[in-house]
Ligand binder design. Structure first.
Ligand code: FES
Ligand SMILES: [Fe+2]
Length: 404
C-alpha cells in the first residue's frame, strides 16, 4: 500500500507537481502521425500533462503544438483556419506559426510591430517512428529523442496505435508490469479454442495456466528496470516472461513470438492517459492481419475532467460495461469484449480515475508494481539519475511479505 500523500505524489502530473516535473524531462508521443495526414489539414485538440494544446500540420508539413487558447482574448484556436504557414484564430484573425510566434495581426494598425513581440506557448515537436513527439520541459534541459529500436524501422515493419485509458497513468503502467494477471484476465478456459495470431509464441496460453504463481525477479538498470516472471511448467521446464520498464511510463512487453511489443503511457491529466502501442518486426514487414489494432472511435470526446479532446476512445468502454458477455465466460475467464487491451482497461479503469492505494493489499506477485513506485518516488522532481534500490520515503511503498 501507499500513504495517501505518496499516492498523490506519484499520480498528480500537472504543471509544478513533482511527477509532472519528472514527465516534463522526457519526450512523449502525443498523437500517431497518421492522425495529422495532410498539410493545412484539420487541427486536433489534445491534452497532455494537464495542459490543453492544439496540434496542426502547417503548409510545409511541419507539426505545431500550441497552447489551446489564443493569447489575445483566450478563445479556442481549435476554431481557427490552418492556412499559409500557420493557424489563424477564428475570433480576430491573429495568426501563429508552429513555433508559437505571431505572424499576422490584421486587427492592429499596419504600422504596429506588436505581432513581432507576441508569442504563444509552442512546444518543440519531432516526428519519428509513426508518432508525433512533444517536449514540455525546460528548454535548457531538452534531451535528444529516445532511441527505441522500432523508431527507425521501415514504416511497414511497425504497427502503431493509440487509445485513451480513462484513468491515471499509474494504473495502466502497473498493469503493464503485472505478469500474474495474464494467467487469469486474458485466459481462455480451453487454450485450444483461443483465437490467436499465428505468430504468437507457441504454447503461451498453455504455459501461463500451468503455474499461476510466477516468481518475480527485478534487476535495476540505468533506464528503469527489467523483471522476469518465472513459471514452472508441468514438464519441469521454466517459462519466463520478461518485461522492461523504461522510465517514466513505457514498457517493452514480453515478445509475442516473432513480433515485439512496446507500450508508452502518457498522462493526459491526473484522471486520463493516452496509451501508445507498437507492434513491430525487426527483419521484415508486418503481414496483413498479423496483429490487431484496438477498435476506437475518433469522435470528439468529453473526458472525466470535462475537457473535449480528439483522443481515440475504445469502442467498448466503461459507459457500455465493455459489452460484457456472460455467455462468453463459459469459454474465457472474463466476458469483456474488445480483446486483451479492453480487458486490461476494464479492470484498471474501474478502480476509479485515481486508485486509492492506501486501501490495497499487495502480494509477492506485485513486486514489479512496488519497484515502479519506489523508483518513481526516487526520481520525482529531482534529477534523472537512476533511482536508489531502497525506497527514499520510509513508511511507504510497503514490501510484500516474503520479498527479500
Ligand atoms: S481571440 Fe484570437 S485573435 Fe482575438
Ligand atoms: Fe493485460
Amino acid at each position: 500500500m501507499l500513504s495517501v500523500e505518496d499516492n498523490a505524489l506519484l499520480t498528480k502530473v500537472g504543471p509544478g507537481t513533482p511527477a509532472g516535473n519528472l514527465f516534463r524531462r522526457f519526450w512523449h508521443p502525443v498523437v500517431t502521425a497518421a492522425r495529422l495526414p495532410e498539410p493545412d489539414g484539420k487541427p486536433l485538440r489534445a491534452r497532455i500533462l494537464g495542459e490543453n494544446i492544439i496540434l496542426f500540420r502547417d503548409t510545409s508539413g511541419k507539426v505545431g503544438a500550441l497552447q489551446a487558447l489564443c493569447p489575445h482574448r483566450r478563445t479556442q484556436l481549435f476554431w481557427g483556419r490552418n492556412e499559409e504557414g500557420g493557424l489563424r484564430c477564428a475570433y480576430h484573425g491573429w495568426k501563429f506559426d508552429v513555433s508559437g510566434q505571431c505572424v499576422d495581426m490584421p486587427t492592429e494598425p499596419p504600422e504596429s510591430n506588436y505581432k513581432d513581440r507576441l508569442r504563444t506557448i509552442g512546444y518543440p515537436v519531432e516526428e519519428r517512428g509513426g508518432f508525433v513527439w512533444i517536449y514540455m520541459g525546460p528548454r535548457d534541459r531538452q534531451p535528444p529523442l529516445p532511441e527505441y529500436e522500432w523508431m527507425d524501422l521501415p514504416a511497414g515493419h511497425v504497427l502503431s496505435s493509440s487509445f485513451l485509458q480513462e484513468s491515471n497513468y499509474l494504473q495502466a503502467l502497473e498493469g503493464d508490469v503485472d505478469t500474474a494477471h495474464v494467467s487469469y484476465l486474458h485466459r481462455f478456459l480451453d487454450p485450444e479454442t483461443a483465437p490467436q495470431p499465428p505468430q504468437m509464441v507457441q504454447g503461451y496460453r498453455h504455459f501461463v495456466i500451468q503455474d499461476t504463481a510466477p516468481r518475480l525477479s527485478v534487476k535495476q538498470t540505468g533506464y528503469g528496470f527489467l523483471y522476469g516472471g518465472r513459471r514452472t511448467l508441468d514438464d519441469g521446464n521454466y517459462y519466463w516472461r520478461i518485461t522492461q520498464w523504461l522510465a517514466p511510463a513505457a514498457t517493452q512487453l514480453p515478445s509475442a513470438g516473432e513480433l515485439s511489443n512496446a507500450k508508452i503511457n502518457v498522462p493526459v491529466d491526473d484522471e486520463n492517459t493516452m496509451s501508445f502501442g507498437v507492434f513491430y518486426h525487426r527483419n521484415r514487414p508486418m503481414r496483413e492481419g498479423e496483429w490487431y489494432t484496438p477498435s476506437t472511435s475518433t469522435e470528439p470526446y468529453k473526458i472525466s475532467t470535462g475537457h473535449i479532446v480528439d483522443h481515440p476512445r475504445g469502442a467498448t468502454n466503461l459507459d457500455n460495461d465493455f459489452l460484457i458477455d456472460r455467455e462468453a465466460e463459459k469459454r474465457k475467464f472474463v466476458g469483456v469484449k474488445g480483446g486483451t487491451g479492453a480487458e486490461d482497461r476494464a479492470v484498471t479503469e474501474s478502480m476509479g480515475p485515481v486508485m486509492d492505494r492506501s486501501e490495497e493489499h499487495l502480494g509477492v506477485s506485485d513486486i514489479a508494481v512496488v519497484a515502479v513506485r519506489r523508483a518513481c518516488c526516487g526520481w520525482s522532481g529531482t534529477s534523472r539519475t537512476a533511482p536508489s534500490r531502497r525506497c527514499p520515503r520510509t513508511g511507504s511503498c510497503s514490501t510484500p511479505a516474503g520479498w527479500t
